[in-house]
Design a protein around this ligand. Structure first.
Ligand code: SAM
Length: 289
């Protein structure tokens, strides 16, 4: 661990730069170095390749990532007030910290620096799921993602079949990665406190998806199946194909099964069966509305 240079307390940074939290930007700051240190250590080692932080805010987690040895840290922040405040930290670590001003929804984190790449972030709640959804195609470009979500999203990411939280997001992520819930953080740990508990999740992308399938087709199949999750698949998949039964049979799935009963492996088999049953090629299927 690197000894941090003397820095002003975060409360002082917040006061001097007028960083009153903006709800529209999902701003709930973590000021306790024990907590930010715990998140940074969960993402270790940080001394190789590029560490990417989304939404550094006043820089609490950023400080911990640097203190825990991040050699090259690129932090993407949308709020100009925070960017101004982070300049002090950048000057303290000129060779290791880069601040990128902009909307993380429009920036490809895979292009921010050389591999191995790790994303570590206390994500803004309002765009956390959208960000992860954008990163999913090409997730293998990242070695590890240690991300904080609201607990309900973390539950969906890690959910197993036959549970109420199991759905499209669970299948999409678990097809590409190993997902582990690490620890919860209560609302009182944040300034200001959010209404809900947060959970830090460890996402370890696989070198290649767990089972063969086309990602876009898998997404279309899971969207149709979970779009009517209480219905049997022979009914819910009609949104996608006039007669689902032969495709279900080819995938070895009973027509009476429901979406939440299918494993990720079964969904991949269904996506393959749908692709090969289709008269047109998989490319046409992907392009279809
Ligand atoms: N990392 C800091 C911490 O733990 O105290 C702040 C976390 S706060 C939950 C989320 C941060 O993301 C805020 O600083 C906010 O300004 C920033 N943010 C919100 N939307 C963003 C976006 N689309 N792109 C980049 N940053 C964003």
């Amino acid at each position: 661990m690197t000894e941090p240079p003397p820095l002003p307390p975060l409360s002082d940074v917040i006061r001097r730069y007028g960083l009153s939290a903006r709800r529209s930007l999902g701003q709930h700051f973590l000021l306790d170095p024990n907590l930010t240190g715990r998140i940074a250590r969960a993402a270790a080692p940080l001394d190789r390749g590029t560490v990417i932080e989304v939404g550094p805010g006043p820089g609490g987690l950023t400080r911990s990532l640097l203190a825990e040895g991040a050699a090259r840290l690129v932090a993407v922040e949308l709020d100009p007030r925070c960017i101004e405040a982070l300049e002090e930290l950048r000057l303290a670590y000129p060779d290791r910290l880069e601040i990128r001003a902009g909307d993380a929804l429009e920036i490809d984190p895979g292009a921010l620096g050389p591999a191995p790449r790790r994303i570590v972030a206390n994500l803004p709640y309002n765009v956390g799921t959208a960000l992860l959804a954008r990163w999913l195609p090409g997730l293998e470009r990242f070695e590890r993602l240690v991300l904080m979500f609201q607990k309900e999203v973390a539950d969906r990411l890690a959910a197993k079949p036959r549970s109420k939280d199991y759905g499209r997001l669970s299948v999409a992520v678990q097809w590409r990665a190993e997902v582990t819930r690490l620890f919860d953080i209560p609302p009182r740990a944040f300034t200001p406190p959010p209404k809900v508990t947060s959970t830090v999740v460890d996402i370890r992308p696989l070198v290649a998806p767990r089972y063969p399938a086309d990602g876009d087709i898998l997404e279309r199949v899971t969207a149709a199946a979970f779009g009517q999750r209480r219905k049997m698949l022979r009914q819910s998949l009609r949104r996608l194909m006039p007669d689902p039964l032969p495709v279900l049979a080819a995938a070895g799935i009973a027509g009476t099964a429901r979406a939440e009963e299918l494993s990720v492996e079964a969904f991949a088999a269904l996506a393959r069966a749908f692709a090969s049953s289709h008269g047109r090629g998989a490319t046409d299927l992907r392009a279809a509305p």
